[in-house]
Design a protein around this ligand. Structure first.
Ligand code: DAH
Length: 351
């Protein structure tokens, strides 16, 4: 009997309890009602009475050992199943977790819509440099040297080093303050009829606020041909505004001054926030300005190599931020450059 107890003790100590099945088999084989330990307790009565007490104690210790091993491992396995994922095998048939896609920037959306609307009536897209020379940005557009009209736009000048060995003063460069210099580049490189729009980034030395930024976008439109009149300008602007904002939006032209157009007018549309009733965005007038326009000054045509006796043309320019703010009711210009996803995601899915 003692030999059996010693053998069973070795078995119990060495028993592999890795899995829950093994633990269950262990219970059936040793501690269970029909297990070996129950058997041994049964056999206790066959032991000689003087030895019975000692053998009984040994048997009890063996049972304690078996129960202790069983309970310890059972607890470990239980806590492992609680912490492990319910189904640790990965299910490859599950649909993928959707990846968040980027969205089109509202300024790109509006720029592309402007390009589409004007392409339908024959305008193509032209581009020019953002670092521009003084001649294209000002002089060729009839801003005389040292003329106060240059102060209409606060300019960032680019410091240029003199060219070694050159006597002439270094050309004066700047960050273009408007897209109008692209008009000059188009007129110098193409012959009329010209029908182009010129979207792009422009810079002005302004303090950044909800209504002003040192970097923003404009789009310019230029039409040069024989017999172009102010009526053509008005009709094109009416068409453009109604396509972009809707047929119930009104347009008005307000006399103004720009050095490169004569006559000049500012373009206003009915305030989209209050529908013309008057609110704080339109300062109670019911109208908001979207850009400047006019008939290209003959002096500008001449500077660019186009015969003003034969050709005439109109030009207009507007701020893309301004139009985007009106169209999508954006109240702060800074949102366009802050990359706040809560703002940008609102334009998800728009074309
Ligand atoms: N370049 C002007 C500005 O930035 C806007 C402008 C006015 C453009 C009249 C034009 C125009 O083409 O004809 O303030």
């Amino acid at each position: 009997m003692q030999e059996t107890i010693a053998r069973v003790r070795l078995e119990i100590e060495a028993y592999d309890l890795t899995t829950a099945e093994q633990l269950d088999q262990f219970r059936i084989a040793y501690t269970g009602r029909k297990g070996q330990l129950a058997d041994l307790f049964d056999q206790l009565k066959t032991v000689d009475p003087p030895d019975r007490r000692a053998v009984g104690q040994e048997l009890n210790q063996l049972k304690q050992l078996a129960v202790a091993r069983f309970e310890e491992r059972q607890q470990q396995l239980e806590s492992a199943t609680v912490n492990a994922p319910a189904n640790p095998t990965f299910d490859y048939t599950l649909p993928a977790v959707p990846q968040a896609l980027g969205t089109r920037h509202p300024l790109s959306l509006v720029r592309e819509e402007i390009v589409r609307i004007l392409a339908r009536i024959g305008f193509n897209v032209a581009e020019g440099p953002e670092i521009e020379d003084d001649w294209h940005n000002f002089t060729a557009l009839n801003f005389p040297e040292n003329h106060p009209a240059r102060d209409m736009q606060d300019t960032f000048f680019v410091k240029s080093a003199p060219i070694p060995g050159e006597q002439a003063p270094a050309p004066s460069y700047l960050l273009r303050t408007h897209t109008s210099p692209v008009q000059v580049r188009v007129m110098k490189s193409q012959k009329p009829p010209i029908r182009s729009i010129m979207p792009g980034r422009v810079y002005r030395n302004e303090a950044i606020s909800a209504r002003a930024h040192m970097m923003f976008h404009q789009v310019e439109a230029l039409f040069i041909d024989e017999n172009v009149s102010f009526a053509d300008l008005k009709q094109t602007v009416y068409y453009f505004v109604q396509e972009l904002f809707g047929a119930d939006v009104q347009v008005r032209f307000r006399p103004s001054f720009f050095p490169f157009t004569e006559p000049s007018a500012e373009i206003d549309i009915t305030c989209l926030i209050c529908k013309g009733q008057g609110c704080n965005i339109c300062k109670g007038t019911g109208w908001v300005e979207i850009g400047g326009s006019g008939m290209v000054d003959p002096a500008v045509l001449e500077q660019s190599g186009i015969d003003p006796e034969r050709y005439s043309g109109y030009a207009w320019g507007m701020g893309i931020e301004r139009i985007t703010m009106l169209k999508y009711q954006v109240k702060d210009l800074r949102l366009f450059t802050e990359n706040d996803l809560r703002f940008l995601r609102q334009f998800e899915g728009l074309q």
